[in-house]
Design a protein around this ligand. Sequence first.
Ligand code: IPM
Ligand code: MG
Length: 357
Amino acid sequence: MNYKIALVKGDGIGPEIIDSAVLVLNKIGAKFGHSFSYTDVLAGGCAIDATGVPLPEESVRTCLESDSVMLGAVGGPKWDTLPGHLRPEKALLGLRSAMKLYANIRPAVLHRALVSECPLKSGIAEEGIDLIIIRELTGGIYFGESGRGVGETGPYAFDTELYSVSEIERIGRIGFEMAMKRRKKLTSIDKANVLESSRLWRETMHALRSEYPEVEYSDMLVDNAAMQLVRKPSQFDVVVTSNMFGDILSDEASMITGSIGLLPSASLGTGTLGMYEPIHGSAPDIAGKGVANPIATILSAAMMLRFSFNLAKEADCIENAVAAVLAEGARTADILGDSKAKPLGTSEMTERILQKI
Ligand code: IPM
Ligand code: MG
């Protein structure tokens, strides 16, 4: 079977890490008898440079016509002073919205071999970190009404958090279903002591509970959740939350696993079309130097095989290869820690992983 993949390489280190993922996918294809065909798609800063807009219509069309999309990263200092609607980040938001990818799945796993990289007090890392943040991705304050004006006291600006019951229900269900496949524990995070939208979030989640009696469910306020993540991350299994809270908490969760360079993500809608990307950004400071860690993108390719193409064996194969090279001590500069090992560059790390497939 041939799978059509749109590649949004983007800016900064995006092209380098996507190239690594393509090498890995091709090796998987050869080993398991699948073929992958790729179409490059312009989005982000490079699209602004080439066409004047962050997300050309043709790019959206190509993504919608593909079986799946892989994205490197978008953005960089060069485009930081552009007005909001012309920033590279708009490409990401535009793709999420056009492809109706309402569920963002961000696993945060502390690899056994990297326990020493965990910045938390010793003892906490040893208890393990293996959680998944499910972030609502096409609603809330990211897409609510916003604007600026001038009032009696001077200029003002506003953004609006708005959630409908149906939006909360569909992301809530993903949370419960994911919990059923894992340790049957779900934490829903909100700010129901202050926000009306959070009170509706909580009521809606409670109404879903009866459909999943086996899941141990709890509510947690977002400020407490930020604290609990560094106090005792092992208490979390599946976490479900709104767009903005998920944005913030997923950065925190990634950091406590040692490196943002390791964590993949999947964005899904109702069908099998998804978008897969590392959770880190474009890292302009190291772009073009060949030192970026390709693991988060390679693991994102594994998530694509699992969630969009239903190729679980193949996904396991990639994940096992990554775990094996980390266990052998292969390290890129970002996960070097106190190790005296010589850091591997992007292509050396990719080569090591390819050898294990
Ligand atoms: C993320 C990023 C994006 C977001 C930015 C780049 C628009 O921080 O994917 O978490 O806020 O969603
Ligand atoms: Mg973010």
